[in-house]
Design a protein around this ligand. Sequence first.
Ligand code: BES
Ligand code: MN
Ligand code: ZN
Length: 495
Amino acid sequence: MELKIVGGDLAKAKTPCLILGVYDKHKLSAAAEAVDKASDGAIAKLLRKGDLDGGKGTLLAYDLPGISAERVLLLGLGKRKECDRDKLTKALGTALSRLGESRVTKALLALPAGLDDYAGVRAAALKAAESAYRYEQTKPPKEDAPPLLERFELWVEKPRRAAAERALAHAEAIGAGVALARELGNLPGNICTPTYLAERAVELAKAHEALSTEVLDEAAMAELGMGALLSVSRGSRQPAKLIKMSYQGGAADAKPVVLVGKGLTFDAGGISIKPASEMDEMKYDMAGGAGVFGAMVAAVRMGLPINLIGLVPASENLPDGDANKPGDVVTSLSGQTIEILNTDAEGRLILCDTLTYAERFEPDVVLDMATLTGACIIALGKHPSGLFTGDDKLAKEITAAGEAADDRVWRLPLWEDYQQQLDSNFADMANIGGREAGAVTAACFLSRFTKAYPWAHLDIAGTAWLKGKEKGATGRPVPLLSEFLIRRSGVETKD
Ligand code: BES
Ligand code: MN
Ligand code: ZN
């Protein structure tokens, strides 16, 4: 999809559909007012009929006099005072599906005053870009399916053009990252295997000059001593891969940001097998890894002046004669031993060796993301991802990035008090901490492998995909990670 910033006289803009904001009580946005004037009050007259009372929903108008646009979509934005970025993007979602129903594939949005800055333009453009994603790989669209948006223009007033252009470029990059993460997430486990993920990473490096990929196979991991990671893949016929992507956008000697994402391409639970209901959703257990892929692509496309390394341990978790058994003890790359009391707590086993491996890159900071615990969904639901870190400053930084990117997190404790739940009589630690605070004890487990650098963990179990009619990967936390990287790299986003 094509995104573009435009200026000039809105009444003369040639577009299949001009989208104008309208507030409650028929109050027009400045742009709508200008167009209304040019059409001799036709918009105000339409609104007086009462269709958009309360300032919600949409109203499509054709053949307005004095207007070049083929149609005008009046978009309810609610109360003028309350109309913020969040309200705008929600309303825009309504407008975009209205466009689909009318089979309109090109549109021009006049951004309301106050929302035409970097943040407003990026949020609106990203929303439009996200609406143009549809999963098609194993289900081609029906002929009567609504067509996807092909071109989306944003009208902003002149003085802010520079910030708007940058916002648009960033939205394009983040949109591409989100789309990639969603596509990888949605692909079924029989297509999206560890080997498939590794191949996609190699392809990405071929497509983006600034990106390079290296894949460690099981022999290389055995050589290193990744006993925890390899114990999980032993129960699967698909060999594990440790995927490393790197992007050198910063100074040669600048320490890298390292992103680690759980790439469990299907989690049946292993010998501690999961119940059958909704087990298909465990194809999404690689969403953390997909988030790393997406964030790498976004950073490369934005050309951020930052050094970035993405690590994705990829494996399946299945029951098998050679699979982990409850009570087994394995030795991690760190040398610490782990008693596997539940083979379904496998994410932390593949992550812990990857987190130890990350040490060799002398990271500035390490962020890991994982669909790690059902307990995190019980604690927080599907709105925020869980954030765990002992570093208050880093917590603030990530929380702020999440707010700005509309991809929020909520911090949960990582107190020493919980660590004892991982005590084992047969190894340095157990891989589960009992029923209480399952998301916290999972994070506590990871924390034992991250002493060498500043670190934060995101549990994205509740946010990485949607259930029900809208079932599908969300692409989270790519927007959050992208914002975090933009801020870390010090790129200017103001005018
Ligand atoms: N991938 C799951 C976590 C998960 C479950 C994410 C449901 C999203 C929805 C993870 O590997 C897992 O099975 N965790 C266990 C841990 C338990 C055995 C301590 C869980 O949450 O039940
Ligand atoms: Mn599991
Ligand atoms: Zn899992």
